[in-house]
Design a protein around this ligand. Sequence first.
Ligand code: 5AD
Length: 468
Amino acid sequence: MNRVHIKTYGCQMNERDSEAVAAMLRARGYRIVASEDDCDVLLLNTCSVRDAAEQKAIGKAANIAHRKRRQPDFVLGILGCMAQNRGAELLDKLPDVDLIVGTQKFHQVPDYLESIRAAKAAGVPLATSIVDIAEEAGSQNTIRDHVLSQDVAAEATTDGVVDAAPQVSAFVSIQQGCNMDCAFCIVPKTRGDERSRPMDDIVAECRALAARGVREVTLLGQIVTSYGRRDYVHTDGISPFVQLLERVSAIEGIARIRFTSPHPRGFKQDLVEAYGRMPKLCGYVHLPMQSGSNRILKAMNRPYTRERYWEIVEALRAVRPDMYFSTDIIVGFPGETDEDFEHTRELFERANYDMAYVFKYSIRSGTPAAAMGDQIPDEVKETRNATLLGLLQQNSVRRNATLIGTVEEVLVEGPDKTGKKFTGRTRGNRVCIFDANPRLIGQLISLKIDRASVSTLYGEIVLAGVEA
Ligand code: 5AD
């Protein structure tokens, strides 16, 4: 009766939130299970950034709700962004949902589950579903506990199941919320105001992860480049975010640092220079462009121009010539003309992205863009989307081709899907597949690349344990 399955939609922040909920539930004696079919509690951790993401989770909840008829004790909960965005209104469509918990209340999930389950066990189910989407001061500090795969493996081994690989890469939440008010974006509503965690707590968490074998951390927040701007001062022109990078960089055992998502506005000289002096900072930057048209950027309330964006790309390439770039683009923002899109296409091509997330604009009720005239027809969005994806595919093939014959530093993560080979990623975040042995998990190896598909590199180890 204590098996919980958590299904996560959306971004890495949501994955991290789910992990923290899983850690809290495990500490209360629940088992986190991989199967949605064999669980007693199903929690959907949801995304609101586009309508399609909400519809997916609503469809799933509607499909699952009928299970309650054959499994009366079954508990169904909706957590996260859609819970925050829609609140109790979700119950009109989904009356069988027991629990609706917003983005500042994840830490309350164990207590709420206890009340629901105790009431069901006593034969007097709660009269109404629990809905909690209130704001809570300090809630950004509650996303701190991890369940690493070795914990799950240790539990599985006591059940007689074979061991899993130790986890070498982990997400660390540093900041929640966003105050930027981009005209298209629901996140300020779903995630609230910008709130940063104390630097000491983040560093302590990274140290603890390193002590448990984690080698790579990805620092997460909706706008990480604004980290600590209200809580810490700049020292010698160094922003709080770069100060944090410096401190994480100094942790022994951590070999690689990544972060997401930054805002172009945050790429000042101090962050650009950080790439020159912090070798642990991976040469892969996610730099959301959204549009390459100055007119549309202005309408989006994005405070930079295409010229400034390009300046950042060039500055970063000057410091790290082999820098990898990814981006987010929205096509079909209200009023986007062929000429605007051509500006986006041109900058997209010039920036030569290694990875990109291209989104068709989706109306989010309550945001300024939802009320703008000149909404763009779906077919136009589709064509523009396909154009950019075509370019991306060409870039990826071209970049991978240049890697054939080179030697890349790869962090070995564990067995691949087949279980016969091993997988890891380069500093540029390219997935590699190769022969290795379990002793190399968590180590940096030199991999000679001999073959590539669109998204994956294949190679042979030439040197194991190439620690800096
Ligand atoms: N429609 C389409 N894409 C959106 N994004 C945010 N809001 C919308 C929307 N209304 C995209 C942006 C953002 C990414 C996480 O999602 O590109 O960077």
